[in-house]
Ligand binder design. Structure first.
Ligand SMILES: NC(=O)c1ccc[n+]([C@@H]2O[C@H](COP(=O)([O-])OP(=O)(O)OC[C@H]3O[C@@H](n4cnc5c(N)ncnc54)[C@H](O)[C@@H]3O)[C@@H](O)[C@H]2O)c1
Length: 342
């Protein structure tokens, strides 16, 4: 990988051997405001894989903020997880110390593998952190709820585009992943009259969804190929790839998971197969909207008002895709690039 060819603003490598701390901060773009994006703590196969992940996630945040109309740029932090690390508080305080030196260019928060208490440790060192105890997003899991609500509205907009009506009544919707977002999404969908098919690697969560929603459970390996109107990926990224795309049996893909397309070309593949793909960073922006409203001192109602624009943003993406004859994924990127003035 030639790092100098990547179009980012800053790539920062951090290391403190005494506490087994190794981290990366990627600041993709600050044209529209300070770079916003959570901190992931993950085990990577190599340092290079971690750098690539940080850069890709940071770019996704730039685009997500731009299309959502919030005054922030994109960034991401990654702490490389390994066996001989010091106590978590030391790792997150080390990260916080560096973030403070950046004087607000980058603002962090929670992501995969990190928690509210980790953000509290970051907060010991800097105020450029969200998702701390008592924050707007952390209380009653507002971030996840608003993400689920945005996905629900995005599913309605996608149904309207594919079937001419946004009605969810009797539509078959397959939800992969019943965590904080997926479970809440099922609540909205069930209430609107959907027939749910669900899957989770966690048997307790699966059982709960069957009991609460009368959902039809499937094995994790089967959910992506079930015949359905909408497939809603709410677990991991990279699930739309060479192996899975040919097995899909849905009209629409609209879910919360980040980086659903393994590679950009898979967006084109879906387009050629006439499957309507709701670009992930457009439909799952509810969480970052809560964070941005929190940073501006707003409340849950203010956040909801912005989340309610997600359906219209998605419709704009679909129109752009039609007008330019490009995939919805490429159309979303094009809109974001325009907003960034590039
Ligand atoms: N929480 C948010 O506000 C938010 C915001 C934007 C995007 N996202 C993205 O949405 C996705 C879900 O987020 P979350 O907060 O609900 O996470 P979570 O960890 O609470 O839930 C993920 C669920 O997926 C399940 N799962 C994992 N692998 C699976 C598989 N192969 N098949 C079926 N189920 C599987 C897990 O058991 C878990 O129940 C993630 O990709 C996340 O990055 C979340």
């Amino acid at each position: 990988m030639n790092l100098m060819n990547q179009n980012y603003e800053q790539l920062i490598f951090l290391q403190d051997r005494s506490i087994g701390f190794k981290a990366i901060i990627a600041i993709d773009n600050t044209t529209l405001g300070p770079a916003l994006g959570g901190c992931r703590m993950w085990h990577y196969a190599s340092d290079e894989a971690a750098v690539l992940d940080a850069l890709r996630l940071a770019r996704g945040m730039t685009y997500k903020s731009a299309v959502s109309g919030i005054p922030y740029g994109g960034g991401k932090a990654v702490i490389l997880s390994h066996s001989d690390q010091g106590p978590r508080q030391m790792l997150f305080r080390a990260l916080g110390h560096k973030i403070d030196e950046l004087q607000g260019t980058y603002i962090t928060g929670m992501d995969l593998g990190t928690t509210v208490s980790d953000m509290d440790w970051v907060h010991f060192e800097t105020s450029f952190v969200t998702d701390t105890s008592g924050s707007l997003g952390a209380v009653n899991e507002l971030t996840a709820k608003m993400t689920a609500y945005g996905v629900f509205l995005g599913i309605q907009a996608s149904l309207k585009r594919a079937y001419g009506s946004e009605s969810i009544q009797h539509k078959i919707i397959a939800v992969q992943g019943l965590g904080k977002v997926g479970f809440q999404l099922c609540r909205f969908l069930k209430h609107a009259g959907a027939k749910l098919i669900v899957s989770d690697i966690n048997p307790a969560r699966l059982r709960k969804a069957v009991e609460e929603f009368g959902a039809d459970p499937r094995k994790p390996g089967d959910i992506l190929s079930v015949p359905c109107d909408v497939l809603s990926p709410c677990a991991l990224g990279g699930i739309l790839n060479d192996t899975t795309v040919s097995k899909l049996n849905c009209t629409i893909i609209a879910g919360a998971a980040n980086n659903q397309l393994l590679e950009a070309r898979h967006g084109k593949l879906l387009h050629d197969m006439d499957i309507l793909y709701a670009p992930d960073y457009v439909i799952n922006a509810g969480g970052i909207i809560v964070t941005s409203v929190e940073l501006e001192g707003g409340n849950a109602a203010a956040a909801q008002k912005i989340v309610e624009r997600i359906g219209d943003t998605l419709t704009h993406v679909f129109h752009t895709s039609d007008a330019q004859g490009i995939s919805t994924a490429a159309a979303a990127d094009w809109i974001a690039e325009q907003l960034l003035g590039r």
